[in-house]
Design a protein around this ligand. Structure first.
Ligand code: FMN
Ligand code: SF4
Length: 431
């Protein structure tokens, strides 16, 4: 049963309908027509150009142009080419890919087929978060149905094009969502990110050219093929077209998933769609894009949810996971939770990240216990500065940004702990 409320748009239009999960139900709503059109009427270059013109940006967090990424795949090569679908979804506050796998697995498979045609990939590895047992079952069922119907396999829809999809389950490590950590894990090794270059398009899964895209990114593609770039650009902003599925959690009346155009204002999502904070309490801060993204204070929620406007407020869209904290929240406790997560999830290859995440956690816990000093705040900022931009992957940046954001907007909470030598928020959540 679907229990989360959502606003329907094209991705989630049929999610309330159980039949949409089956091949028969998906086909009855026009499913796989877009892939058929791509494979029979369009060249791979045409497809890449269309997706570029539509302006689709990756929905896995970095917001990179999807069409441009596809164009990096080498054309003249004897090596097999692969796609990897990133279904690791481990960013705290993010749960949109889960619903896309559970309610519309064929929509994603169709997007994968179109991307495979555009890039010349013969196989896709879908890397599913270990904890996502049920979404993985839904996807495997859809893969089996598509194989039995000749939609996947040696002769895709009778076109002579070969494409296989292989599902692989992770084992519960956040870092395996970083694309090269994912590739290492896929190969059966420790999920430790690779130094880049070479980028995956040159040296990807098993050393072969590989394009990595997020679940949601693939899901937009059939709609662009069917209705065109102008239609897609009719949603969202000029620089960030299309919709996305925002996940809203924390202190709101109606937590859930909301498919809305990019550029929808954050206060509209929090107060209108998610119903605002319960019991008449006020908002204190909102994390706009999953736990890695810097928090915004209540005074800055009039911001359109698109990277170009969020960057002006020193934060980013990330995965669109919106976490709302009300006025009872102790921001030092929030920092404890955040730094504990990153300390635990660092893969440990880079000194700045391995040591920095540990130091951040020790310092904020000391402040929360009432044993912190004013100097601790400066050391904390110094540690953050030494982690940013210094490491093999962006995990260290993602660990430093939220702490910097909390200190930028809620420094008073930290200072009050130091002054009183105890936590001044007795009604905050328990650690
Ligand atoms: C620490 C870390 C964790 C990540 N976790 C995920 C994840 O769970 N899912 C995802 O799609 N992308 C994740 N990414 C982003 C991927 O590295 C990659 O950019 C993305 O899968 C590309 O797909 P897209 O272009 O369609 O967004 C993560 C990145 C970092 C640095
Ligand atoms: S930044 Fe952190 S998670 Fe990324 S490779 Fe270095 S140690 Fe590992």
């Amino acid at each position: 049963m679907l229990t989360v409320p959502y606003v329907t748009s094209y991705l989630s239009e049929h999610f309330g309908d159980d039949a949409f999960r089956t091949l028969e139900g998906y086909r009855a709503r026009g499913g796989y027509q877009a892939a058929k059109k791509a494979l029979t009427e369009m060249s791979p270059e045409d497809v890449v150009e269309l997706v570029k013109t539509a302006g689709l940006q990756g929905r896995g967090g970095a917001g990179f142009s999807t069409g441009l990424k596809w164009s990096f795949m080498p054309k003249e090569t004897d090596k097999p080419k692969y796609l990897a679908c990133n279904a690791d979804e481990s960013e705290p506050g993010s749960f949109k890919d889960r619903i896309l796998l559970e309610r519309g697995p064929h929509q994603m498979l169709e997007g994968i087929l179109i991307a495979a045609w555009a890039t010349g990939a013969e196989k896709t590895f879908v890397y599913v978060r270990g904890e996502y047992a049920y979404p993985a079952r839904c996807l495997q069922q859809a893969i089996d149905e598509a194989e039995a119907a000749g939609i996947l396999g040696a002769n895709v829809m009778g076109t002579g094009f070969r494409h296989d999809v292989v599902l692989m389950r992770g084992a519960g490590a956040y870092i395996c969502g970083e694309e090269t950590g994912l590739l290492e894990s896929l190969e059966g090794k420790k999920g430790q990110p690779r130094k880049k270059p070479p980028f995956p398009a040159q040296y990807g899964a098993f050393g072969m050219p590989t394009t990595v895209n997020n679940v949601e990114t693939f899901c937009h593609v059939p709609h662009i093929l069917t209705r065109g770039a102008d239609w897609f650009r009719g949603f969202g902003t000029e620089k960030s077209p299309g919709t996305t599925i925002f996940g809203v959690s924390g202190h709101v009346v109606r937590p859930g998933l909301y498919e809305l155009p990019l550029g929808t204002r954050l206060d509209e999502i929090v107060f209108e769609h998610a119903g605002g904070v319960p019991d008449g309490r006020k908002v204190k801060g909102v994390i706009p894009g999953g736990m890695s993204m810097p928090v915004l204070p209540a005074s800055m929620l009039d911001v359109p949810m698109a990277n170009e406007s969020l960057r002006e407020r020193k934060t980013m869209l990330g995965t669109g996971g919106i976490m709302v904290m009300d006025e009872t929240t102790c921001m030092v406790r929030a920092a404890c939770v955040i730094t504990y997560f990153f300390r635990d999830e660092s893969c440990g290859q880079c000194t700045q990240c391995r040591e920095g995440t540990g130091w951040m956690n020790r310092i904020v816990e000391r402040i929360e216990r009432g044993a912190g000093t004013h100097e601790d705040l400066e050391v904390l900022l110094d540690v953050c500065g030494k982690m940013e931009g210094q490491t093999i992957c962006a995990f260290a940046d993602a660990a430093a940004w939220p702490v910097q954001g909390l200190l930028r907007h809620f420094r008073e909470d930290f200072e009050e702990h130091v002054r009183r030598q105890k936590c001044p928020f007795p009604d905050s959540f328990e650690l």
